[in-house]
Ligand binder design. Sequence first.
Ligand SMILES: *[C@@H]1O[C@H](CO)[C@@H](O)[C@H](O)[C@H]1NC(C)=O
Ligand SMILES: *[C@@H]1O[C@H](CO)[C@@H](O)[C@H](O)[C@H]1NC(C)=O
Length: 385
Amino acid sequence: MCVWELGRESMDPAWLAATVFLLLWQCVESTRAVKEWTYTGVVGQSEWSEVFPECGGSGQSPIDVDTSRTRYDPSLSPVQPLGYGQYGREPFTLSNNGHTVEMPLRSWMGVAGLPWQFSAIQLHLHWGNGVGVATGSEHTIDGRSASAELHVVHYNSELYANMSEAKTQANGLAVLGVLIEAGGETNQAYTNIFNYLGRIRHAGQKVAIPGFDVQTLLPRDLNRYFRYNGSLTTPPCYQSVLWTVFAERVRISHSQLLKLETVLYSTKPGVSQPTLLQDNYRATQPLNHRTVLSSFIPVSVKIYTDGEISAIVIGSLCGCIGLATITWFAVKTIRSTSSWDVLPSVRLPPQTRTKDVAKDLKQDMALRTTSDPGKKEEAVTPPEP
Ligand SMILES: *[C@@H]1O[C@H](CO)[C@@H](O)[C@H](O)[C@H]1NC(C)=O
Ligand SMILES: *[C@@H]1O[C@H](CO)[C@@H](O)[C@H](O)[C@H]1NC(C)=O
């Protein structure tokens, strides 16, 4: 909001015009400088493009990787982290920027195996909200989310002088995306970061942490990945990112995930109502005309969702019931000496008929399900495509 008052005594038109212009300019500048955004709420994901036009572009990230539509490209070489293990003598700095936990990387760290040489800038994470469901990753594979996602951000040091120059340019950035799954043992590599989250609970806080081999955060298999052209997943959403999303997932323990999801706040220290820093992942964006390449031939294992499974089960039950009904009519017809035209007169209300059937064909297991009207109703819902 911009509020100003003008003194009555100085109403010289030129002065007034100049003052109004200056105030308006300051006003515009200050809103431009603030440009606050969040994942939900007033400047939530769906509103980003109003303030940051590129967020409404046609080549945005993250995406759902549909493995039945990726194109195998045998020329894609393994990703080679460079100098990730040489962390030097200085500590790393971990910070809570209100949107994520971020760690700048050494200038000599980089990545080879891409069309250009890229130098490392920083890494950060995206995660969910600590409630059961496996959401939190930005990229999804065949519609499935992981619990969290690590991004290692690099800039094209062959074409551009620095990050600020590269970030807006085509092929300016390269991000390595690692899907993180909860379950299993404590992941020692991630402990190097998670151990210090308690020291940066509030936005704006920083902590120095001992250096460690950054490559240990990546999956073992760096040969199998998906590659596509996309964007930054946070405003200003520049469409300058050559994405590498590894096929192999990294595992952390449930308690590590819970820590990541529940320790940090998106608000500054001393705020009366602190807000947890949760669900800092962007929804998947339309692929539009883009192609997703894969460095390997994905084995497309179709995973049925719970809904699809129940649809299949109910569908099968329906089939059985149908079959049983036909059998019942057949048996009844054979047993009865009377002809078909008698049947309408002996037609009973559905409940009684069901009991009748059960009496007639006690052995038929499938018939028992007819006494569950709820399931019968659901059965009309067709399976999701
Ligand atoms: C980035 O490089 C450009 C061009 O060389 C230069 O003008 C600019 O000051 C640099 N920015 C930073 C932050 O170093
Ligand atoms: C990304 O875009 C560039 C053009 O800027 C193109 O040459 C390249 O093949 C694209 N890469 C992928 C993986 O689609």
